[in-house]
Design a protein around this ligand. Structure first.
Ligand code: GDP
Length: 598
C-alpha cells in the first residue's frame, strides 16, 4: 500500500513522539491485517519501534506477526500517521510497493506434546503414514523437521520435533510457529507431570489445544478417568460444553487418526488462519545443519508469502541465494507457499532453529539487514524482574506479571496461587502461568524466558543447569520459605517499592581448631582458613556435622594480637561471631556476603 501525501492539516490523534516539531498528517492505507514488519515499512520506521509502541498498548507481537486494522490504526498516530482501511478490492490490487495482498486460508501448523512414552513419536509416524501424498510412487518421507499431510483435500503441517521443550525453545527465540498443540495422553496412564507441563507451555503461548487420547487399544485404557483428570486441570472438554476437543486414538493400531486430523482442521477453521501468498516470503527456521557435500541445509516454514528458488533470503545472522528447494518427500520444488515446510540450499552459514527468515531484494539489502539486526538485538526487550517491574509497568512495557511457581509440596500451590491472583492491580495483572511441585528446571527457565515471566520457588531451589541458564538469559528466580514473604515481595514490586535483588556469594570456609575466651565473656574460635577468604564485614554460618546451627555476622577478626580486615586460605586467625559463643572444635565457619544483583 502506498503512503499518501498529506491530505489535511488536522493534527494527528496522538502526538508523535519524534515528529512533534512538524505536526504533519500522513494518511496510511492498510488492509484488514498487516504484519508488524510491513506496517513498519509503511510508516518508514524500524520494526522495533512498532513493537515497542504495541507493547505500550499491551500487545506483544513479533516482527512477523499480523496485527489487525484496529490495532494498527490505534498506534499509527504515535508515528504521525492516520490510518485508513483499504477497501477489499484495493487491497488485492497490484502495486509497485510491496503488496499486502489478499489473505487466503492456509494450513494449520501443529506441534505434538505430552508425557514421555505416551506415544508422541508413534502418533507423528502414524499421521505421516496416513498421508496419501506420501504413498505416491517414488516418494520417500524425509525427516526435515516438519511435514504436511492432506485430509479431504486440505493440508495440515506438523512440526515433527515433538515435546514442549523444543516448542518453548523456539518461542524463546521469538518464533511463533505453532497454531495448534496436540496434547497426547496415554489412556492407560493418564495425566502425568509432563502432560501438565505441556499444557502449561501451550497455554502460555496462547495456542489452541486438541487432546489425543492415545493407546485406546490397551485393555486397561480408562478414557473417562483421563477426561476427569483433564477437567481437573481446567481443560474444558467439548463433550462437557467446552471448546477443547478430545479424540480417542491408537497410534499403534492406527485408529482414530483421520478423526484427529479432521478435528484439527475444525479448530483451524475456528481460528481462521490466513496468510498472503502474494508477497516475498517470511517465516521461521525449523531445523538447520551443515551437510558435508550440500553445505547448510535449512528447513524453513513459510508463514507469509511464497518462497522461490533464486530468492535472496536472510535467516538469523546469515543469508544466501536459494540454489535449490525440496519438500518433505525429498522432491525438488520451485516454490513454497504459506505453512509449507521446505529444505533450502544456498545459505552461507547455518542459522539456528527458531530464527526468523525473510526474502529481500538484493545481496546489499541482506547485508544491511544483518547489520541492523545486531543493533535491534541490543535494543531488545529487558527481562522482567520483581525489581524493575514497576518501572516497566509505568512505561507501559508490561501489563502482566507472568509467574512460574514451583513448590516442594502440592498443598502449598493453591494458597500461594490464590493469594498471588488476588494481587492484580489496575495496571498489572498477576498471572501464575505454571504451578507445579519439584525443583526449578531448565524447562521452567525457558518458559519464563519465552513468556517474559519470573520464577518463584517456595521451598524449591533451581537445579544447577537451570540457575546457570537463568543467569545467562537474565531470567529472575526468587526463592522463599515463607508464603507471606512471596506475597509481600510481589505486592511491593507492584507498588514499586521492592529493594533490589541480592545474591549470595560465598567467600570462604574456616575450620574451628580451638576455642578461647574473648572480651566481655565472649568466646573466640581459633580457626584455620581452609579455602577462600574471610572478611571482617562478612556474614557467617556456623556449620556443625553438616548442618547450619547459626547464621550471624563476624564481630571480630584477629591475627595474633592485631585486628585485620581479611584472612585468606592457609592462615590461622581468631574469629568472634555476634551473639554466638558456643563454638566447638570441628565446627566450620562459612563466610558469605549478599551482593546486589545488577
Ligand atoms: P513418546 O515418548 O511420547 O514419543 O512415545 P513413543 O511414541 O516412543 O511410544 C512409547 C511406547 O508406547 C512405545 O513402545 C510405543 O510402541 C507405545 N505406543 C505408542 N502408541 C501406542 C498405542 O496407541 N497403543 C499401544 N498399545 N502402544 C502404543
Amino acid at each position: 500500500m502506498a503512503v499518501e501525501k498529506p491530505q489535511s492539516t488536522t493534527p494527528a490523534a496522538a502526538p508523535a513522539p519524534k515528529k512533534a516539531a512538524a505536526p504533519k498528517v500522513n494518511v496510511v492505507t492498510i488492509p484488514s491485517a498487516i504484519t508488524v514488519r510491513e506496517f513498519a515499512e509503511l510508516l518508514k520506521v524500524e520494526p522495533v519501534e512498532v513493537i515497542k509502541q504495541l507493547m505500550r498498548n499491551g500487545i506483544m507481537a513479533t516482527i512477523n506477526q499480523a496485527i489487525d486494522f484496529r490495532t494498527a490504526s490505534a498506534i499509527a498516530p504515535a508515528f504521525g500517521f492516520v490510518a485508513r482501511e483499504a477497501p477489499a478490492a484495493a487491497a488485492a490490487a497490484p502495486s509497485k510497493v510491496k503488496q499486502v495482498g489478499k489473505l487466503t486460508v492456509r494450513a494449520p501448523i501443529v506441534t505434538i506434546m505430552g508425557h514421555v512414552d505416551h506415544g508422541k513419536t508413534s502418533l507423528l509416524d502414524a499421521i505421516r503414514q496416513s498421508n496419501v501424498v506420501a504413498t505416491e510412487a517414488g516418494a520417500i518421507t524425509q525427516h526435515i523437521g516438519a511435514y504436511q499431510v492432506e485430509v479431504d483435500g486440505r493440508k495440515i503441517t506438523f512440526l515433527d520435533t515433538p515435546g514442549h521443550e523444543a516448542f518453548t525453545a523456539m518461542r524463546a527465540r521469538g518464533a511463533r510457529v505453532t497454531d495448534i498443540a496436540v496434547i497426547v495422553v496415554a489412556a492407560d496412564d493418564g495425566v502425568q507431570p509432563q502432560t501438565i507441563e505441556a499444557i502449561d507451555h501451550a497455554r502460555a503461548a496462547g495456542v489452541s489445544l486438541v487432546v489425543a487420547l492415545n493407546k485406546i487399544d490397551k485393555p486397561n485404557a480408562n478414557p473417562e478417568k483421563v477426561k476427569r483428570q483433564l477437567g481437573e486441570l481446567g481443560l474444558n472438554l467439548e463433550e462437557w460444553g467446552g471448546d477443547v476437543i478430545c479424540v480417542p486414538v491408537s497410534a499403534k493400531k492406527k485408529t482414530g487418526i483421520k478423526d484427529l486430523l479432521e478435528n484439527i482442521l475444525l479448530v483451524a477453521d475456528i481460528m481462521e488462519l490466513k496468510a498472503n501468498a502474494n508477497r516475498p516470503a517470511e517465516g521461521t527456521v525449523v531445523e538447520a545443519e551443515l551437510d558435508k557435500s550440500k553445505g547448510p541445509t535449512v528447513t524453513v516454514l513459510v508463514q507469509t508469502g511464497t518462497l522461490k528458488v533464486g530468492d535472496i533470503m536472510v535467516a538469523g545472522n546469515t543469508w544466501g541465494k536459494i540454489r535449490a528447494m525440496f519438500d518433505d518427500l525429498g522432491r525438488s520444488i520451485k516454490q513454497a507457499e504459506p505453512a509449507t515446510p521446505a529444505v533450502v540450499l544456498g545459505m552461507k552459514d547455518v542459522p539456528a532453529a527458531g530464527d526468523n527468515f525473510r526474502v529481500v531484494e538484493s545481496e546489499k539489502d541482506a547485508r544491511a539487514i544483518i547489520d541492523k539486526q545486531q543493533a535491534e538485538k541490543q535494543a531488545a526487550v529487558k527481562p522482567v524482574t520483581l525489581t524493575n517491574l514497576f518501572a516497566q509497568a509505568a512505561t507501559g512495557e508490561i501489563k502482566e506479571l507472568n509467574i512460574i511457581l514451583k513448590t516442594d509440596v502440592q498443598g502449598s500451590i493453591e494458597p500461594i496461587k490464590t493469594s498471588l491472583d488476588k494481587l492484580s492491580t489496575g495496571k498489572i495483572k498477576v498471572k501464575v502461568i505454571r504451578a507445579a511441585t519439584g525443583s526449578i528446571t531448565e524447562g521452567d527457565v525457558l518458559l519464563a524466558l519465552a513468556s517474559r515471566g519470573i520464577i518463584i520457588g517456595f521451598n524449591s531451589q533451581p537445579e544447577p543447569g537451570a540457575r546457570a541458564m537463568a543467569d545467562k538469559e537474565g531470567v529472575s528466580i526468587r526463592t522463599y520459605n515463607i508464603i507471606y514473604d512471596i506475597i509481600d515481595d510481589v505486592t511491593k514490586a507492584l507498588e514499586g517499592m521492592l529493594e533490589p535483588e541480592y545474591a549470595e556469594v560465598v567467600e570462604g570456609m574456616a575450620e574451628v581448631r580451638a576455642t578461647f575466651p574473648g572480651r566481655n565473656k565472649t568466646r573466640i574460635a581459633g580457626c584455620y582458613v581452609k579455602e577462600g577468604r574471610g572478611s571482617r564485614d562478612a556474614q557467617v554460618r556456623i556449620i556443625r556435622g553438616g548442618k547450619v546451627i547459626r547464621e550471624s555476622r563476624v564481630s571480630s577478626l584477629r591475627r595474633f594480637k592485631d585486628d585485620v580486615r581479611e584472612v585468606t586460605q592457609g592462615m590461622e586467625c581468631g574469629v568472634g561471631v555476634e551473639d554466638f559463643n558456643d563454638f566447638e572444635v570441628g565446627d566450620f565457619i562459612q563466610f558469605y556476603r549478599r551482593q546486589k544483583v545488577s
